[in-house]
Design a protein around this ligand. Structure first.
Ligand code: GDP
Length: 195
C-alpha cells in the first residue's frame, strides 16, 4: 500500500467527539517518546503531520487522520510518562479503554516498542489488554537504526521474552530515520483494514 493522501481530521477526548464516519480504523499506541509521531510522519511522507513533540506525554488527545480517503489512522496518547500525576494517568487509562473497547470500526492496533529498551509493565499491560479484548496487534520495534544489525536479534528476543510472545511472533523493525520497515508495516495495516 502507498499512502497518497493523509489529513488530520480531529482530536477527541470522548466518544461523542470521535469522527462519525464509519470507515476502518487502525490505532497506534506506545509509551511516550517511543517514536510514534516520527513514525506517523514517515509513514505518510509528510514532515509534520503529527507534530514531533519534544515534551513527552503532551499528546493527551486521541487524534484521527484520514488516509487515502478510505481509512483512519488513530494516534493514541503515549502512556507511561513517569512525571504525569496519577489522576491524569487514570483519566488517560479510561479514555484509552473507552476507545479501544468500544470503537466498532477499530480493526487492530500497532503497538510500538523502543528496540533498545526492555518492555515495561505498561507495555505488558497494554498488550495483555489488547489480546484479552481480541484486537489484532502488530508489534513494532522502533528506532531500529540505533542498534546494529548484529545485535538486533538479541534485542528482539528480550522484547519477546518480557511480553511473553512466542519466539515465532513477527516484530516489524522500524526506523523513521531510514524508512526501514515502512513497507512491511503498511502491508500489515492494509491487511487489517481489508479484513
Ligand atoms: P513520540 O513521543 O512517541 O511521538 O516520539 P517522537 O516521534 O516525538 O520521538 C521521540 C524522540 O525519538 C525524538 O527525539 C525523535 O527524533 C527520536 N526518534 C523517533 N524515531 C526515531 C528513529 O526511528 N530513529 C532515531 N534515531 N530516532 C528516532
Amino acid at each position: 500500500m502507498r499512502i497518497k493522501k493523509a489529513e488530520f481530521i480531529k482530536s477527541a477526548l470522548k466518544p461523542e467527539h470521535y469522527p462519525q464516519e464509519v470507515i476502518p480504523e487502525v490505532a497506534f499506541s506506545g509509551r511516550s517518546n517511543v517514536g510514534k509521531s516520527s513514525m506517523f510522519n514517515q509513514l505518510v511522507g509528510q514532515k509534520s503531520l503529527a507534530r514531533v513533540s519534544r515534551q513527552p506525554g503532551r499528546t493527551q488527545t486521541i487524534n484521527f487522520f484520514l488516509v487515502n480517503n478510505s481509512f483512519h489512522m488513530v494516534d493514541l496518547p503515549g502512556y507511561g510518562f513517569a512525571k504525569v500525576p496519577l489522576k491524569v494517568k487514570a483519566q488517560w487509562g479510561k479514555m484509552m479503554e473507552t476507545y479501544l473497547g468500544k470503537r466498532q470500526q477499530l480493526r487492530g492496533v500497532v503497538l510500538l516498542l523502543d528496540i533498545r529498551h526492555k518492555p515495561t509493565g505498561d507495555d505488558r499491560q497494554m498488550l495483555d489488554w489488547l489480546i484479552d479484548n481480541k484486537l489484532p496487534v502488530i508489534v513494532v520495534a522502533t528506532k531500529s537504526d540505533k542498534i546494529s544489525k548484529g545485535r538486533r536479534q538479541h534485542h528482539l528476543a528480550v522484547i519477546k521474552k518480557e511480553l511473553a510472545l512466542s519466539p515465532e511472533q513477527q516484530i516489524v523493525q522500524f526506523s523513521s530515520q531510514t524508512g526501514e520497515g515502512k513497507e512491511l508495516l503498511l502491508s500489515g495495516v492494509e491487511a487489517l483494514i481489508n479484513e
